[in-house]
Design a protein around this ligand. Structure first.
Ligand SMILES: [Zn+2]
Length: 340
C-alpha cells in the first residue's frame, strides 16, 4: 500500500512538472499591432515551390493572379534535374528559353523570383556558384529568398538540423528521417552556407497550418545565432497542395486574417493540380477572387519581410524558450498532420 502511494505521487509529480514546462514553453507571445503600408488591413502572398512547374501547368495560374492584383513569389531552378528518379525533381529550369522568358515577364510584372536550389537534385559547391551567377545574370541580382528542395543534400539546416533543441533532433530522426544535409557544413563538397550568408536574405524553415503567421511568431523574420549562415528565417502557412491551400484560404480564415491584421505567406506547389485541362480549380478561383476583394497588401514575400523586419521586436534573435515553443508547435503539426 505504501509503495503504491509512492508511485502515484511520483506520477503526479511528473505530470505537474510536464504541465509546468509545457505552460512555460507554450505560453504565447504578445500579439503585435502592425500598421501596414497604404493603410492596408493585412498582408497576403504566395511562395510557390517550383516542383513540377512547366509553362503548360502554371502560366494560366499566374495570368489569373496578375489579373486579380496579386504579386507573389515564384521560385525557380537554374539547371534541369540530375536525378529523374524523384518525381518532385521534374519541371522546367532556366535552361528552357520559353520558360525563362515567362519568368522574366513575371518579374517585369512585379512578381518576385526566388531560388529553389540550383536544381531539383543535389548540387556541389562549384555548381551552386555557377547557378548563383547565372541567376544574377538573368534577373539582375542574387535571389533575396531561398527555399530548400525536399531531399537535396545541399539544403541548409534541413531534416533534423531544423531543430535547436537537441532532444527534438533525435525525436525527428527516429520518427521521420535521419538523412544528413550539408549545405551549412564547412568542408563538405555541398557546402554553400557562406554564399547564402553573403547573397541571400531570407530562408524558410517551418510551415504551419495557421493562416496568420503573426499568431505563430510575432518576431517574424528572425535571426538564429545557432544557424549563422542564414541571415533571417521566416515561416510559411502550409497550403502545399490544392486541397490544403483551399482549406487554408477558406472564407472564414480570410475573414479572420483581415480581422486580426495578420500576415500570411502561403507555401505551395502551384504546379500540382491547381490548373488542370486548361482550367483553374474552381474552389481556388472562387476563394482567391473573394480574397482579392479585401483591402489586403498583396506584394511579394521579401517586400513583406523587409517591412516586418523594421517593426519593433522583429528581425531579432529569438530566445531559447521562443525557439523551443516553435519547434513543439511544428512537431505537433508534423506528427499529426504532416506539415512541410
Ligand atoms: Zn521543392
Amino acid at each position: 500500500m505504501k509503495t503504491k502511494m509512492t508511485w502515484k505521487k511520483i506520477l503526479l509529480l511528473v505530470l505537474v512538472v510536464v504541465a509546468i514546462l509545457l505552460t512555460y514553453f507554450l505560453y504565447p507571445p504578445a500579439y503585435p499591432e502592425i500598421t501596414f503600408p497604404e493603410g492596408k488591413k493585412f498582408a497576403f502572398t504566395i511562395v510557390d515551390d517550383t516542383d513540377n512547374a512547366t509553362l503548360a501547368n502554371i502560366k494560366g495560374i499566374y495570368d489569373f493572379l496578375y489579373e486579380q492584383g496579386f504579386r507573389t513569389t515564384k521560385t525557380v531552378w537554374v539547371f534541369p534535374t540530375n536525378d529523374t528518379s524523384e518525381w518532385a525533381n521534374l519541371g522546367a529550369s532556366l535552361e528552357d528559353s520559353a520558360y525563362q522568358a515567362f519568368v522574366l515577364d513575371l518579374q517585369n510584372k512585379g512578381f518576385e523570383i526566388a531560388l529553389h536550389g540550383a536544381r531539383g537534385g543535389s548540387s556541389k559547391r562549384s555548381e551552386i556558384i555557377t547557378a548563383l551567377e547565372k541567376y544574377k545574370e538573368t534577373f539582375g541580382d542574387y535571389p533575396k529568398i531561398h527555399i530548400n528542395h525536399a531531399l537535396n543534400t545541399d539544403n541548409l539546416y534541413w531534416g533534423r538540423d531544423k531543430f535547436s533543441f537537441a532532444p527534438f533532433k533525435y525525436l525527428y530522426g527516429g520518427i521521420f528521417s535521419n538523412k544528413e544535409y550539408y549545405g551549412h557544413v564547412p568542408g563538405s563538397e555541398y557546402f554553400w552556407g557562406d554564399l547564402a550568408q553573403q547573397y541571400i536574405t531570407y530562408v524558410v524553415n517551418l510551415s504551419f497550418f495557421d493562416i496568420n503567421l503573426l499568431k505563430i511568431n510575432p518576431s517574424l523574420p528572425y535571426h538564429d545565432p545557432d544557424k549563422p549562415y542564414v541571415r533571417y528565417w521566416f515561416h510559411t502557412s502550409d497550403g502545399g497542395y490544392v486541397t490544403s491551400f483551399n482549406e487554408l484560404i477558406k472564407k472564414k480564415n480570410i475573414d479572420r486574417l483581415e480581422k486580426e491584421g495578420g500576415v500570411c505567406l502561403v507555401y505551395t506547389h502551384l504546379a500540382r493540380d491547381f490548373y488542370l485541362n486548361n482550367t483553374l480549380d474552381t474552389t481556388f478561383k472562387r476563394q482567391m477572387e473573394y480574397l482579392a476583394t479585401k483591402d489586403g497588401w498583396f506584394v511579394p514575400a521579401s517586400v513583406i519581410l523587409d517591412f516586418l523586419r523594421l517593426q519593433p521586436g522583429d528581425g531579432k534573435e529569438l530566445s531559447f524558450r521562443e525557439k523551443v515553443r516553435l519547434e513543439i508547435l511544428w512537431l505537433y503539426e508534423k506528427i499529426l498532420h504532416g506539415s512541410s
